[in-house]
Ligand binder design. Structure first.
Ligand code: SAM
Length: 244
């Protein structure tokens, strides 16, 4: 059954899809009156219903059943991602959404190449939120990951969050496997991945002082996007639900 995202919390029995979601339903997928679809609003529930009306500007769905989703990982995984130039951030957001990451915090680090003003930052975050919703819709998640506004590296590592904090550094000798064997299971994990140029030694030292554990992904240097996707997948496999 096809899934459609509704921007507001679904409370009514009949929901009218408009704009992009309506076009996708009626023109791209050519769904007809009487067909069943799933709506989701980011609350963690699936709203299963039937299309009862399609006009030029909207498609109306009558909700028939509400189901709790089982596509969310039990692991509360946050990705803190050094901003990369081009469209690579979009690629990362798409993939880590599929991997069940719950929150994404984009950060400017010492070696981040893009230098965006406030307006551009807002525009980017908005675009990434749309991408997260699209990816959630495609992979069957009912809650798109939360994408936070961009912070500086120092602010991000100073946030007092519970759980395990891992900072991925290609110069570290202790591997993820060893580190995860030595820590107690926790359902909250934050992972930090650097931009193209990586984290500086000073950034790693600052993070360590704040309780972050430097971790290696092995002997080869991975591109930032490969590192983010690999780290999310490995952790989701060990502590979450990937591969179950
Ligand atoms: N500093 C490097 C350079 O310019 O040669 C490479 C940085 S790497 C492309 C980008 C990010 O991916 C790093 O900051 C780190 O978080 C992660 N990363 C890549 N390879 C890694 C590895 N083998 N172990 C741990 N982290 C890695």
């Amino acid at each position: 059954m096809r899934r459609f995202f509704v921007e507001h919390p679904i409370k009514e029995e009949q929901v009218a899809l408009k704009g992009k979601e309506h076009k996708h339903l009626s023109r791209v997928l050519r769904i007809k009156k009487g067909d069943s679809v799933i709506l989701f609003d980011g609350s963690g529930k699936d709203f299963i219903g039937k299309v009862i009306k399609i006009t030029e500007n909207s498609s109306t769905i009558r909700i028939e059943k509400i189901a709790e989703s089982n596509t969310e990982s039990p692991l509360d995984l946050t990705l803190i991602m050094g901003i990369i130039k081009g469209k690579t951030m979009e690629e990362i957001i798409r993939h880590v959404t599929e991997l069940g990451v719950r929150s994404i915090l984009p950060i400017f680090t010492e070696r981040s190449i893009p230098k965006w003003g406030k307006e551009e930052q807002k525009k980017r975050v908005k675009r990434w939120q749309i991408i997260a919703k699209e990816a959630a819709k495609q992979c069957g998640r009912t809650k798109p990951p939360e994408i936070f506004t961009i912070l500086s590296f120092s602010k991000a590592i100073s946030i007092k969050e519970d759980g395990i904090h891992l900072i991925f550094w290609e110069e570290e000798t202790k591997g993820l496997k060893k580190i995860l064997e030595s820590v107690k299971y926790d359902n909250m994990i934050s992972i930090a991945i650097g931009p193209e140029g990586g984290f500086s030694k000073e950034e790693i030292e600052d993070a360590e002082k704040k309780g972050w554990i430097p971790v290696s992904l092995g002997k080869r240097i991975l591109r930032a996007e490969t590192a983010a996707i690999t780290a999310a997948a490995l952790i989701q496999h060990i502590f979450g639900d990937l591969g179950e």
